[in-house]
Design a binder for this molecule. Structure first.
Ligand SMILES: Cc1ncc(COP(=O)(O)O)c(C=O)c1O
Length: 415
């Protein structure tokens, strides 16, 4: 992004005027008039097509009922939507399927990967990873008493901890508090050199920053559908497995929808082909309809443009923080370089939770994670540069007037 030393609103307007993704923003509902939403890291914006697609599926429910399974596209949705998300993930269309939650998909990926590395006892992970990722591994390992989870304290300790006893490297691409992004290619390569596989959680990166799953020779990955991917609150998650493993995977969570022939009702499990074996039960038809409205937008954008614009928006937050916020005690808590950052930018302030609460009343939706991170979740699909400028301007107002000090904003918990 070509920014002059002092950034003003007109410069942001100039950047928006040259934005090749500008027209895609019209495909989203803007939300409440006057509110600026920087929560792409939590619940992405609603595609306009969600409502008509939802209405179509509700109509099919009304008319077709049980016949919907055979006369509509309900059953095929997990694969079809997965194929539409594949390009933004850098995956093959047959390597992604949409189903269940991220946590459940982590259990599936972990168990599949463990079964491919028998005799190796350690899973190496990071202590600061998202808690659900840790819980699901802890729970799963109760069923694998010969394996153990080794948590390293920081990113620098990951590679030295790899050795011949390591079955898996188990990592989030992006830290959920600071947006620090791992070098997926380097770590995947290091794990492979040690004979281990990698399970990546891309929840805070997918749809914002590159994953390039096939290019980096990734093994397994999962991520949320409701954040940057804009699939709606509680949207189904996605799971990726490299094609080379498909036939070797005997799912731990075997269910009828992953069966080769579910409607023949055989007594014994036989996995379906490819990613189908990661399905467990009945697909959530209504939630999938909304998710597909978003997936239909992802196939319309050029991934490189998405990543370029996302980096530019993040750079703008960093530059404006330096220019406008540093004098109020706000620091940039995320990496300054875009290639080391995930989907949001975190700014730190000693009373971050109160500031986020005050921002809410000023019509700016951000979020807070302990100890002092104010997170601005950015979307290349629907944010304009002027949105970032205006959001930071409102933050300046709150800090200048110290309105965050009011009693009603005395909060310390995550919001
Ligand atoms: C990094 C990460 N992993 C996993 C999850 C959990 O996702 P789910 O609730 O879909 O299981 C989240 C939720 O925010 C997350 O941020």
């Amino acid at each position: 992004m070509a920014l002059s030393t002092a950034i003003d609103r007109s410069e942001c307007q100039r950047l928006d005027a040259g934005d090749p993704l500008a027209s895609i923003a019209d495909e989203f509902i803007p939300g409440e008039p006057g509110t600026l939403y920087f929560d792409a890291n939590s619940v992405g914006a609603m595609p306009r097509a969600a409502e008509p697609l939802l209405a179509r599926h509700i109509g099919e429910w009304q008319r077709l009922r049980r016949r919907g399974w055979s006369e509509s596209t309900w059953l095929d949705a997990p694969r079809r939507i997965g194929a539409k998300l594949a390009p933004i993930l850098g995956a093959g269309v047959d390597e992604v399927i949409v189903c269940d939650t991220t946590t459940l998909n982590l259990a599936k990926a972990l168990s599949a990967a463990l079964s491919l590395r028998p005799g190796r006892v350690r899973i190496v992970g990071e202590a600061g990873t998202f808690p659900s990722d840790l819980y699901v591994a802890q729970g799963l390992l109760a069923a694998f008493p010969d394996r153990r989870l080794d948590l390293v304290a920081d990113g620098a300790s990951i590679e030295p901890s790899l050795g011949p006893d390591v079955a898996l490297l188990y990592l989030s691409q992006v830290d959920y508090r600071t947006a620090r992004r791992h070098d997926m290619q380097r770590l995947t390569q290091a794990a492979h050199q040690a004979g281990a596989l990698v399970v990546w959680d891309l929840s805070h990166g997918a749809g914002a920053v590159p994953a390039e799953l096939d290019a980096i020779d990734a093994d397994f990955a999962v991520g949320c559908g409701y954040k940057y991917l804009c699939g709606g609150p509680g949207a189904p998650a996605w799971i990726f497995a490299a094609r080379r493993y498909h036939d070797a995977i005997e799912p731990l969570l075997a269910g009828w929808m992953g069966h080769a022939s579910p409607f023949s009702f055989p007594l014994d499990y036989a996995p379906g082909d490819g990613m189908k074996r990661f399905l467990v039960g009945t697909p959530p038809v209504i939630a999938n309809a909304v998710m597909e409205a978003a997936a239909d937008l992802w196939v319309r954008v050029e991934p490189r443009e998405v990543f370029r614009k996302h980096a530019a928006l993040g750079d703008l937050v960093v530059a404006l923080a330096d220019q406008e916020l540093a004098r109020f005690g706000v620091a940039v808590a995320s990496p300054r370089e875009a290639r080391a950052r995930g989907g949001f930018v975190a700014l730190s302030h000693p009373h971050g939770a109160s500031v986020v609460a005050a921002l809410g009343d000023a019509g700016v939706v951000a979020s807070f994670r302990s100890p002092d991170n104010i997170r601005f979740g950015l979307s290349a699909l629907y944010h304009r540069h002027v949105d970032v400028f205006d959001g930071i301007a409102r933050l300046v107002g709150i800090l200048r007037e110290q309105s965050w000090q009011q009693d009603k904003y005395k909060v310390t918990k995550s919001i």
